[in-house]
Structure formats: C-alpha cells, structure tokens
Design a protein around this ligand. Structure first.
Ligand code: TXE
Length: 491
C-alpha cells in the first residue's frame, strides 16, 4: 500500500500535550498477512518441547535485559513518566524469567497418563495443543506490562502471538520488538499490528483466542466479536476496588497503605483503591492522617524521575475524573485536598484528592474513576462495611486493614473480589505465577491471568484413549457397562 493511503493516528505526549508521534495504522490486509505468517510458523514452535521453547525465551530475556533502559524510557514517554515505567525492564524480565522457571512444571501438571477411573480397561493420555494464534488487545495504562502479561505465557505454551497495543501509548513497541528481532525463532511467532478499535476488530477476525484488557464497554464489543466467531476470549476489565479500615486498625499504617493504593500511577491502575470505608469511630482521625500524607505527595511535572504522580496518560481521562468529582460535590461531598485538574507544561495533573461525605448515589462511588481519588465513607457495623464493599458491579480486588489478621480474615472472606489484600493494599503483583484468581462481576471474564492457569488458558487439553479390554457390542444389552459398575448405566 502506498504511504499516501496509510491511515495515521496522531499521538499526544502526556507531559507536553503536543502531538509528537504519528502512529501508522496497519491496514486489514497487513493484519491478515501477519496473522497468516505467524500461524504458519507456529507449527514449528508448537512442535518444540517446552524445554526448547524455554531455551529460546532465555535468549530473549538476555536481549530484554540489554535493552531494559530503553524500554523503560519509551514506556515513560508513553505514560508521562509513571514510577512503574522505570521498572518496566525489570518487570518484563521478571515475567519472562518467572515463566522460564515455571512453564514446564505448570504444563506437566495438567497432563494425565493412566487408567480411566470410570472405564478401567481404558487408558488415557492427555496431550496439550496450543491455540495457534493468540490475539492480544492491550490498554494505555502500564502499556508494556499489560501487553506482555498475556503474551509471555501464551508464547511459552506454544502459541504464536499478534499484539495490538493501545493507540494512546505506542512508543514502547519499537524497542520491545527490537529485542524480539534479536531472537529469530521468537520473531517468527511474535509480532504486532498498530491501530485503534478497527484494528482490534481486524485482529479478532484473524485470531484463535483473544486476550483483552481495557474498559467494560469495549470489553463487551470484544466479547461479542469473539462470540460471533466462537473463539474464546479472556477479559480483564475495570474495577472500583474498596478498602475497609476497622476501628482497631493502626490508622497510620492504614492511611499510608490506602494512599499508595489509591494514587500510585495517578490512580490509573485497574486494581487501584477507589472506595474507602472506615469505622465511624476512626473516620475523622483516619481522614486527618490521609490529608496530611496526601499533602506530601509531589507531582513529577519538573522531572519525570522526581515526584510521585505523573500526568494523566490519556487526556480524556482527566475529564472523566473531574466529572466524577463534580458530581460528588454537586450531591453534597466535600473535597478536602486536591480535586482540580492542573495544566502544567501542557500535561494534565491532579493531586491526591481526599473526598468525604460521599454516598453510593454518586458516580465516584459507582463507576471506575481511574484517577488519584480517595473518597472516604464512614460505616457503623462490619455488616454495613461488607454490604457497601459488595454494592458494586465490579469485583477485581479489595483490601481489609484491621487490628490483626485474625480480625481482618473473616471480613475479607465476605467481600466479593478476585483478590482481597489483608493488612495492606495493592498486593496484586504477589499473585503472578503463584495463584490464580477469578474476577467478580464486570471486572473480568474467563480463566485467570495469574497462577498456573494463566499458561493453561492457551492450550486445549486433548485425550488419547486406548481400549485395552474387549470392545463393547451394541447387541449386548449391557454394552454401556453393567448397572452399578464403573461406567455402568444407572437404573
Ligand atoms: O480502553 P478501551 P481505554 C478503563 C479505564 C479507562 C477506560 C478507557 O476506566 O478510562 O477503560 O481506557 C482497543 N474492538 N481501563 O481507552 O477503549 C483499543 O484500541 C477491539 C481499565 O484504554 O477499552 C485499546 O487497544 N478493540 C483497565 C484497547 O481496546 C478495541 C485498563 C483498550 O481500549 C475496540 C485500561 C473495539 N471495538 C483502561 N475499541 C484495566 N482493567 O486495567 C477499542 N479497542
């Protein structure tokens, strides 16, 4: 296709507000051609043993470690200089390195070889067959991490991967795929296409399985498109994650933890704390501590590596956050600190925003805000706290901070969320390859993206079944087995 015909998407720099990047959209025929290339190459990738794939990924890990700095810099330009951006090199290395250690065992544990328990003369052998082409549609927050979270286990499982990153944060893609190009066996099965939702739909039209991270409305469209094709999709959507602080909690510790959990990455994290419920007797002291600590948080407007909060990565997000604050104020809430979108050097910033006198008829307590907001609401009883925490369409994570783990655990067990953090917030990274979780409500759909399950999502389990006994005769009344025997017909 001639350059003149190529669709371009202007990309805004979150720190300056200037358009300093033009994204070249992959036309549908390019998406189809890349998908066909990956699909053809995937056969050889799947035919390798897991140990052989691990050896290839080890070389990729070395390439990533040589480029860790450039990857972090690109991710930081994309996001506006998020703390997590500067850790991207290490996070990616941890992701690849972790699966190097765990992939073989996780896949082996899914295999069965032995007699059938219901038909003892039948021997069963399982075989894991990777989905040929996994399509990944990723969002603008933590752009590199969320692009690779699903891609890496899919590659270890033996799938090929075609990634479509968010059109808002495309700069990390070039250095990332330079590392991929250093490992030809990997480049044969891992590629990317660029564009917006249209390209996302083109990707779905070519994939055998889709992993999506992003908003609920777009997640619905992705699910519908996958349903039309009858291919599996795994959705990681938003959250409105609650934190409960009980009367006996160490309030200083609680305020420190809740503040970080709510404002890290300017609150642009799916598992950010977005609602805080505090026992009425501790409410005022807790709020005072929160305001004091929030006042010490600095913007990184002067230097992306200094300060704590970066600008909004996606300019429209600032409007969403401001509208939630305005709705709360209009309904009687009070903003104690922050609350204003500040334009500094072209970037849009907001300081930690502590809001009290909030209620559940306010948008800020119902919809994902995705900003540095700390709406605090008092409760009278633990039953009320649990009811408020569960009064949501979402259920990604939650936190309970009490006087002791013994006090917090029974509360945590009653909260509807895929992971509940006890005596702290923001512990999602602790799950990684250790434990799988299922999101509640609108926060997700499909198997877990953490724990051993996360790699098993990319394989179909096939059974090879050998009959070692006599074959059943249709003319025999008991050909389905004798009543009461294993496998026997029930009368
Ligand atoms: O999401 P979108 P965005 C929430 C957060 C934020 C909102 C919007 O509240 O304000 O989502 O963020 C691609 N078919 N979260 O704009 O629109 C799009 O190109 C196929 C929660 O990032 O969902 C991008 O690559 N694909 C969250 C990806 O979908 C389509 C993470 C995500 O875009 C498409 C980020 C379509 N019709 C935002 N339309 C979390 N859970 O972490 C768009 N896309």
């Amino acid at each position: 296709m001639a350059d003149a015909e190529q669709r371009l998407i202007p990309v805004r720099n979150p720190r300056t507000g200037a358009v300093d990047f033009q994204l070249k959209v992959s036309p549908p025929e390019e998406v189809a051609a890349k998908a066909a290339r990956l699909r053809a190459n995937q056969k050889a990738w799947a035919a390798r043993t897991t140990a052989e794939r691990v050896a290839v990924m080890r070389r990729w890990l070395e390439a990533v470690s040589r480029k860790a700095q450039a990857l972090a810099e690109a991710d930081a330009v994309d996001t506006g200089g998020c703390h997590t951006s500067y850790l991207q090199g290490f996070i990616t290395m941890g992701n690849i390195g972790g699966w190097i250690e765990d992939a073989e065992a996780a896949l082996d544990r899914a295999l069965y070889e032995g007699p059938s328990r219901s038909m003892p003369t039948v021997e069963v052998r399982s075989q894991l067959v990777p989905y040929p082409l996994v399509g990944i549609i990723s969002p603008w927050n933590a752009p590199m991490m969320l692009a690779l979270l699903d891609a890496v286990p899919a590659l270890f499982a033996g799938s090929a991967v075609l990634l479509k990153p968010s059109e808002v944060t495309p700069r990390f893609v070039e250095p990332l795929f330079e590392t991929v190009a250093e490992v030809p066996e990997l480049a044969a099965v891992f590629d990317h296409v660029m564009g917006d939702g249209r390209t996302g739909q083109d990707l779905i039209a070519n994939a055998d399985l889709v992993c999506f991270t992003g908003s609920v409305p777009t997640g619905r469209k992705v699910a519908v498109a996958c349903a039309e094709r009858l291919i599996p999709c795994f959705l990681e959507l938003g959250g409105k994650d609650p934190a409960i602080v009980t009367a006996s909690a160490d309030l200083d510790r609680a305020a420190t933890s809740v503040l970080r959990g709510a404002v890290h990455a300017t609150g642009q994290v799916c598992f950010s704390v977005e609602r805080i419920y505090v026992d009425a007797s501790a409410h005022d002291d807790f709020v005072a501590l929160l305001v004091e600590k929030a006042g010490k948080v600095r913007l990184n407007s002067d230097d992306p590596r200094a300060g704590h909060l970066h600008p909004f990565t996606f300019a429209p997000q600032a409007e969403i956050v401001a509208s939630h604050v305005a709705d709360a104020v209009a309904k009687g809430a009070r903003v104690l600190t922050g609350g204003q979108v500040e334009t500094i050097g072209g970037g849009l910033y907001m300081r930690p925003t502590v809001i009290v006198d909030v209620a559940h008829d306010m948008t800020i307590m119902r919809d994902e805000t995705f900003g540095p907001i700390l709406p605090v609401m008092r409760y009278q009883t633990i039953d009320e706290a649990v009811a408020l925490a569960n009064d949501t369409a979402f259920g990604l994570t939650a936190s309970v901070i009490a006087g002791s783990e013994e006090e917090a655990l029974p509360i945590a067990r009653r909260v509807n969320a895929g992971a509940v953090f006890i005596q702290d917030t923001f512990l999602t990274f602790g799950k990684n390859r250790t434990v799988g979780t299922h999101s509640f409500g609108w926060s997700g759909l499909g198997g877990s993206r953490t724990g051993p399950e996360s790699i098993l999502r990319f394989v179909r389990r096939k059974a090879l079944m050998t009959q070692h006994g006599p074959v059943a005769d249709i003319l025999d009344d008991h050909h389905l087995g004798k009543p009461g025997q294993p496998g026997g017909a029930k009368r």
